[in-house]
Design a protein around this ligand. Structure first.
Ligand code: URA
Length: 488
């Protein structure tokens, strides 16, 4: 077959596609052997046949480091079309990636952009990442606590994803707060405040940004190796020295079972350590939303309460554990327990709240709403989900609650949607609480006139009321580090 006759966009039995037409123009020489993976170009650097690589993964084979790098590099250069990347992602989703392949994928995605060097900033730089949950506002408390204890926190966060909320959307509910700083400003703010809170820039792991968007629309999100590479490529590009991970497990998490969450945690820790970053993960419960509020401004308000010693128990327990671990990894204490004490002192003394306000002002935010949260505007409409019988709340479906938050306007159904800062939910009751028929379980806040009935029916499905009180589930179940898994 004569390659020159292959029309752009066509796929042949030889795995020749539009991209090869491009490569031809870039001096591909002659020889293509049907089903072979490698085509040599005239500089003798290998040019792989993408169809062959996809076929290998489809048939449960293993790809080499070079082959994975080739796919990611070509995709980053727009020389591998979305449909071939999607096919590779689905093959990886279905058949998995071994440790070597996962590490190659992470490394290739990491090097698709800049890897920041923060060595000129004094101190051990530590960040935290959560795999995503409902009502998870911990980063808002954590960054100022840890920074005010002297550990630099260069935090690059994401937006809400599906049913889960995102730190950037929450921060942007503070009027004027800018999360789109360039890397020069990122350094300046970090230097000055010991922390910075921004979104993924075009320079940071751009392959992840594109691949993530593709996974979102090709049903390939919930894959342990793909999630691990996505998270770690971004985190490793930030210029950190150590990382704390909050791996959520339960109805509101991407990982629904303990075993899946443990595999993800182990993979994340293994990748972090392999890249020379001390990494500690915790597995934490996401069967019900964290704290009492879900929604962007509502969660900022709850975080401010937490920084003013008035936060809900679950939020504060997790915050102090993660902060204590970061403070320990940042070299400020000998043990995590001492780090937890330091974290509590940062809150009790008011240092952490002051640090948060100073950062918000630096990034353009109006701090008057942090000093006086009641001055923030309220939603136009409120309605309640009431208990349909007497009993104990034995279970929530946090996924359904997250989806209800989207319906109210707190999240996005499409990438282009705007989020409403005041929309959201208040968990008036939590798992284990006793309720009487007619009592409010969840209060909804929205500016949308027509969402009450759909949201209520979603929420009704999310609550189980039983005659017996449920066994309390631990909020934090396991710690995973390079030495293995420990029950908490
Ligand atoms: N968070 C990420 O950054 N990537 C994923 O794939 C899932 C959660």
């Amino acid at each position: 077959m004569d390659n020159s006759t292959v029309a752009p966009g066509s796929i042949t039995d030889f795995g020749i596609n539009s991209r090869l037409s491009t490569l031809q123009q870039n001096d591909i020489v002659s020889e293509i052997i049907a089903n072979s993976k490698i085509i040599m170009n005239k500089n003798s650097s290998p040019v792989f046949n993408p169809v062959s690589l996809i076929r290998t993964k489809r048939d449960k084979g293993r790809l080499s480091r070079e082959e994975i790098k080739y796919l990611i590099d070509q995709y980053s250069r727009d020389e591998l079309p979305d449909y071939q990347m999607s096919a590779f992602l689905m093959a990886a989703f279905l058949n998995g990636l071994n440790d070597e392949e996962s590490s190659a994928l992470t490394e290739s995605m990491l090097h698709s952009g800049d890897v920041l060097d923060l060595s000129d900033i004094t101190g051990i730089k530590v960040d935290k990442h959560s795999t995503g949950g409902v009502g998870d506002k911990i980063s808002l408390l954590l960054a100022p606590i840890v920074a005010s204890c002297g550990v630099p926190v260069p935090m690059i966060s994401g937006r809400g994803l599906g049913h889960t909320g995102g730190t950037l959307d929450k921060l942007e509910s503070i009027p004027g707060f800018r999360t789109d700083l360039d890397l020069k400003r990122y350094r300046e703010v970090l230097q000055k405040h010991n922390m910075v809170l921004i979104g993924q820039t075009a320079e940071i792991a751009p392959a992840d940004k594109r691949i993530y968007a593709l996974r979102d629309v090709t049903a390939t999100v919930e894959s342990i190796p793909l999630i691990a590479a996505s998270i770690m490529s971004k985190k490793l590009a930030e210029g950190i020295n150590a990382l704390v991970l909050d791996v959520k497990v339960g109805s509101g998490a991407f990982m629904k079972t303990r075993l899946e969450a443990q595999k993800l945690a182990e993979k994340l820790v293994a990748i972090g350590e392999q890249f020379g970053k001390r990494t500690i993960a915790y597995m934490t419960n996401m069967d019900q939303p964290l704290g009492r509020y879900i929604g962007n401004w509502l969660e900022v308000k709850e975080s401010v309460e937490g920084l003013q010693c008035n936060g809900p128990d679950d939020v504060m327990e997790l915050t102090h554990l993660l902060a204590g671990t970061m403070i320990h990894l940042g070299g400020k204490t000998k043990t995590i327990e001492q780090g937890i004490e330091m974290s509590k002192d940062a809150v009790d003394s008011g240092r952490a709240f002051d640090a948060f306000k100073a950062l918000a002002a630096e990034q353009g935010g109006d701090t008057s709403v942090l000093d006086d949260p009641e001055s923030y505007s309220e939603s136009q409409f409120q309605f309640d989900l009431e208990a349909f019988e007497d009993g104990y709340i034995s279970q929530f479906d946090a996924y359904q609650i997250g989806m209800a938050a989207l319906e109210l306007g707190a999240g996005r159904k499409t990438k282009e949607d705007d989020v409403d800062p005041v929309a959201g939910l208040e968990m008036v009751r939590k798992t284990g609480d006793r309720v009487q028929k007619g009592e409010t379980i969840i209060r909804c806040y929205t500016n949308r006139r027509d969402v009450e009935s759909i949201t209520k029916s979603q929420l009704e499905d999310s609550v189980t009321i039983s005659s017996n009180a449920p066994e309390p589930a631990p909020l934090i179940s396991h710690q995973i580090d390079k030495d293995g898994v420990k029950e908490f």
